[in-house]
Design a protein around this ligand. Sequence first.
Ligand SMILES: [Zn+2]
Length: 256
Amino acid sequence: MESPKSNTETEIKSEESKSESKETKQEAWGYDLYPERRGTFTPKISNILLGKEGKENLEKIKCEKNVYHCVKNSPIVKTMMAALKSSGCPIDIRRHISCEVCDYSVSGGYDPQLNQIVVCQNVSTKEGMVQGVLTHEMIHMFDYCRNHLDFRNMEHLACTEIRAANLTHCSFLSAWSQGDASWIKIKKAHEDCVKTKALYSVMAVRQIGKLEAVEIIEKVFPKCYNDMEPLGRRMRRNSEDMHRVFREAAYYGYDI
Ligand SMILES: [Zn+2]
């Protein structure tokens, strides 16, 4: 299964939560998913024995190699980078992308405070996964750059998660590319996938009830689902789409 886990990414807690009543507010803001980022990471002896930890440096080198390879070769990552650059938010891979040890439940994240993408080196170990993380998080970066997204606003958060799921993960549904199901059915399946994926992402980031999250997603869905900037189309798996997007990038005025 190449598709990323349904709840594999999240956004990173804001420092601002610290100023308010510590425990409750931090909890409400999210979970401790990025220990290295916050300086709390120490390899656990049980995990070292399982071979899960204790090889962080090797993992980091491998992760950085995968990032570099995607940035140089992946049409979709290159298109996102060009779109960001054209929107006035160019990516410097040393400054804006960081390979780190994360909680095993996430594969990546976006830190709006530092405007940085985290690639979880212990989870996203394959180049395909790194490409997925980079594309997804670059959509958040794009929204943050273009729309001055406020990640504390639940509607903003739901919207950017809908867009990320829409433009990447869910378009890799097999029915979408096979064309043997009716269009209505495919469309419905795709919409359901986006809603589900966005729901998991929102719930991974904020401690929020499922019903409340569903309500917010439904509210912003029509607008955010149809906003396909900056890729212009939903990607289909095993299709020419990625290359097409890259070829068309110049027409959108992206500086590739
Ligand atoms: Zn996300």
